[in-house]
Design a protein around this ligand. Structure first.
Ligand code: ADP
Ligand code: MG
Length: 541
């Protein structure tokens, strides 16, 4: 996304137009002023009043023109940044699930807060500033060269010196800005960890230790900013000196020309009046260019956080699931850690499976492979005879439902939490509620489906949450429901009841990973998969 930054400048022209209009007005105002003074010096009063009127017209027109420029600047900055952020979030959600889980998501928080605020002040606003500087500088150059072309040479000389200066300063600022952004990302993930470990820290009296770590990190971020600011103030001082000497050279030049009669007194007034347009941009542009270039490092970092390492292209659609999912000689390793070796398994449509085995044995890994979060290192997984790795994610994900231990609930009505904001008719909803065993819960409150759920389900019990997740899967017509220790925090009787509910779902394949096995329910499963010692096999019953 960040490679095509130019697309965020599609409305830049609306900033340029008012700036150019302003410049044209300034140009006309300058020459009206020149003629007014010349007329006064020649004591031609008719001409004087005539030109004064024009001068006033330009002065008045400059008011709306300046206002418009200011408005367009902020509007453009808002527009470009809002679009960039929204594209960024879209790109984050476009990442593969496995890649997202691998990364620490503090990197994304840092991008959305710190990095984009740097992009706003050091990139977008600076580019607008550079454009304004160039337009002002050109206006001054044109005015000066209309008065005397020799002055144009002085202007060009300054531009060259200026370019050399900003090039010289660019490198260290760029390096420091990148390091600062990295430090900030580290700082963010530290804060996130500390806040999520609040309980552990308090209970174990680790506050002092955490505070020391915090201070070190916070200080290094501040120190970086200090170094960058120090560098920037050096830049500023150097430019100040440059600007002053340019002013002096120019004034000496102008005095000499006035004395030799090459330019009039009126011309001197106009030259002095526009000197800020000539010198001002040297400061702003020289300061802006290194800033703009230094942001490149931030764009690269953002771009890198969005890249998926797995670039396998999925080519197959999955319009229905009819028969079976098979593991054929599947091996899997997390880098060095071999978890599964030569596994052969078959899961048939509509059947119910329980996956058991020791902790760390690879149960969740089997499920992650089934969920397409990872690809086998060797062997294949096939669905109705097609390679699962070639099936398009959105097609496959539409057919499966995952029930987690933590079930996410929106602060909204029970209805919307069941339908996930899609349209279903009431009969469908009632059926799903009945099958998921939620009828009693819905009837127990007077609001029924309009019952409000607050604060990620504070007013809903754990068992009811699981049943809401089951009802979601049923409404969504999922063919497969996968559960990974989904009931670990529920009491035995509740688990037993929910398990029975799941077993009664006709046509839906259930794959339930669980270390709590309820003996009476074991018989309800069609197959039990034992995962241990790198192997996984179906205990035939
Ligand atoms: P189970 O669910 O049976 O407890 P897992 O499938 O979660 O076991 O883990 C199997 C092995 O793989 C364990 O040794 C675990 O440490 C390792 N493991 C799990 N997830 C990852 C991961 N994302 N990266 C590296 N190793 C992992
Ligand atoms: Mg597990």
């Amino acid at each position: 996304m960040m490679k095509h930054k130019i697309k965020y400048f599609d409305r830049f022209v609306f900033v340029l137009i008012p700036m150019i209009i302003t410049a044209i007005l300034v140009y006309n105002l300058s020459f009206a002023m020149l003629r007014v003074i010349n007329a006064a010096m020649a004591q031609e009063w008719t001409l004087f009043w005539n030109e004064s009127l024009w001068m006033m017209i330009f002065v008045v027109l400059l008011v709306p023109s300046n206002l418009l420029t200011a408005y367009c600047r902020t509007a453009f900055s808002k527009y470009a940044l809002t679009r960039m952020k929204s594209d960024y979030l879209e790109a984050v959600f476009g990442k593969n699930i496995d890649e997202f889980q691998k990364d620490n998501n503090a990197a994304y928080v840092s991008a959305l807060t710190n990095d984009f605020s740097i992009i706003e002040t050091d990139y977008i606003e600076q580019i607008v500033g550079i454009a304004e500087g160039i337009i002002n500088f050109s206006t001054a150059i044109i005015i000066y060269s209309m008065i005397n072309p020799l002055i144009l040479l002085v202007g060009i000389g300054m531009m060259v010196v200026n370019g050399l200066l900003s090039n010289l300063i660019e490198r260290p600022v760029k390096k420091h800005n990148r390091e600062r952004s990295e430090l900030f990302a580290g700082y963010n993930s530290f804060i996130k960890e500390v806040l999520s470990a609040f309980g552990i820290i308090k209970n174990n009296g680790l506050e002092t230790r955490v505070r020391t770590n915090f201070n070190t990190k916070s200080e290094s971020v501040q120190q970086k900013k200090y170094i960058i600011d120090k560098l920037m103030s050096f830049v500023f001082v150097a430019q100040n000196a440059l600007g002053m000497s340019v002013f002096l050279v120019l004034m000496l030049f102008v005095v000499k020309m006035t004395l030799s009669g090459a330019i009039t007194f009126a011309a001197v007034v106009v030259i002095v009046n526009n000197i800020d347009k000539l010198i001002g941009p040297i400061f702003t542009v020289a300061e802006a260019i290194p800033k703009v270039r230094s942001v490149k490092a931030i764009f690269t970092r953002i771009e890198k956080s969005l890249q998926d390492k797995n670039t396998h292209v999925e080519t197959l659609n999955l319009s229905s699931f009819e028969h079976e999912i098979t593991f054929k000689n599947v091996s899997f390793a997390y880098e060095e850690n071999q978890v599964l070796k030569n596994v052969d398994l078959t899961f048939e449509k509509g059947k119910k499976y329980l996956i058991i085995g020791p902790s760390g044995g690879g149960k969740s890994t089997v499920l992650r492979l089934l969920r397409k979060y990872f690809e086998p290192s060797e062997g294949t997984i096939e669905i109705d005879g097609s390679l699962l790795s070639d099936i398009k994610k959105q097609d496959y994900f539409a057919r499966i439902a995952n029930i987690e231990q933590m079930i996410f609930l929106f602060e909204d009505t029970l209805r919307n939490n069941l339908t996930l904001f899609k349209d279903y008719d009431d009969a469908e909803i009632s059926e799903a509620i009945a099958k998921a065993g939620l009828t009693e819960f819905v009837q127990s409150n007077s609001e029924g489906l309009d019952y409000m759920i607050y604060d990620n389900g504070k007013n809903v019990s754990g068992g009811e949450k699981s049943r809401i997740a089951i009802a979601r899967a049923l409404l969504n017509k999922s063919d497969i429901i996968m559960l990974d220790e989904a009931f670990a925090s529920l009491d035995r009787n509740r688990v037993k009841a929910i398990e029975a509910t799941l077993m009664a779902l006709d046509g839906v394949m259930i794959i339930n990973v669980s270390h709590v096995v309820i003996a009476e329910n074991k018989d309800l499963y069609d197959g039990i998969v034992q995962v241990k010692n790198k192997s996984a096999f179906m205990i035939n019953r």
